[in-house]
Design a protein around this ligand. Structure first.
Ligand SMILES: Nc1ncnc2c1ncn2[C@@H]1O[C@H](COP(=O)(O)OP(=O)(O)OP(=O)(O)O)[C@@H](O)[C@H]1O
Length: 289
């Protein structure tokens, strides 16, 4: 049986004006979990709960077999993290990051760190605060990926990266899990990246878990039916879960099986994650649960 590096069960966090969860999902060793959801959905809060940076109202987080926060704290040396709020002291240069991480992390791999710093083209003599936002993110990512962490947790790692660096990162993450011993959890609004590398998706909207499962399962569930204006009949509309109309035509999302016997003259296209999120009206939300 595939071992889970992380298991989350009925995890809930209640803030005064926001409730997250209950969330239940797991990450087996050797897989990438992508977290998607609109702004304010609860993605960062979920990652903070996983890292014991916030206390859950209810539910359990099991990291590498350890369920109590104290035991998880020990297991945390096995977790590589790059969050929005992580960073390094302003005056530090790459060499300072290297020596500090070497002090704290038993598996720190300085050679790997410098390799990634070079790959990302980070200026080594420049103080952290003087690096651009994207370059700071590259230093954070290089550090998170250089201590053989079993689980790497990244909050919107691609947000400040240019397309070349983003592509490099996605390739690195895929290589990172290849040995079947490591896993990655990342949140991102760049859905194309997630469709490319995430084996599993956790989809959260307004604190509610709408979907957890294989990426392909979610994408295969729906299609986009497109046609000219005159083709949009009331019967067709009834089958739809989300409709977009333009001056010349329409685009209607529906469950794949509902699109099997459509009238001629319509085109059926696969749905992508962006379309899924954009079209995700209340009906689809209910449908996905
Ligand atoms: N410490 C806190 N106290 C009260 N409310 C909080 C706290 N932290 C987060 N929240 C609330 O939790 C909700 C979810 O926020 P979160 O940052 O997790 O969303 P997100 O999915 O990461 O959004 P984005 O895509 O915009 O980064 C927000 O309504 C936020 O105001």
């Amino acid at each position: 049986m595939m071992a889970d590096l992380l298991t989350v069960k009925d995890l809930t966090k209640q803030y005064q004006e926001f409730t997250l969860g209950p969330l239940s999902f797991n990450v087996p060793a050797g897989y990438i979990l992508g977290m998607i959801g609109p702004n304010g959905a609860g993605k960062t809060t979920t990652l903070r709960l996983l890292l014991d940076m916030a206390a859950p109202t209810a539910g359990t987080v099991t990291l590498n077999g350890d369920t109590t926060p104290a035991a998880r704290a020990l297991a945390r040396a096995e977790v590589g993290v790059a969050l929005d709020t992580t960073g390094f002291p302003e005056s530090w240069r790459v060499a300072d990051v290297d020596s500090a991480m070497a002090l704290f992390l038993p598996n720190w791999d300085a050679a790997r760190f410098h390799e990634l710093i070079d790959l990302f083209g980070v200026a080594k003599k420049t103080a952290y605060k003087k690096l651009s936002r994207g370059t700071q993110a590259k230093v954070n990512l290089a550090a998170a990926l250089s201590h053989d962490a079993k689980l790497v947790i990244l909050d919107e790692p691609a947000a400040g990266l240019d397309p070349i660096a983003r592509d490099q990162l996605m390739t690195l993450l895929q290589a990172y899990i290849e040995d079947g011993q490591h896993s990655v959890i990342l949140s991102s609004h760049i859905t194309g990246d997630l469709a490319r590398i995430a084996d599993y998706l956790l989809y959260i909207v307004g604190g509610h878990q709408l979907f957890f499962g294989e990426t392909a399962t979610l994408l295969d569930r729906y299609v986009l039916v497109k046609g000219g204006r005159g083709k949009l009949t009331p019967e067709l509309k009834k089958l739809g879960l989300g409709l977009r109309e333009t001056a010349v035509g329409f685009s209607l999302m529906m469950r794949a099986e509902a699109a099997r016997n459509l009238p001629a003259g319509l085109t059926i296209e696969p749905v992508d994650l962006d379309a899924l999120m954009i079209y995700y009206g209340k009906e689809v939300q209910a449908d996905a649960q």
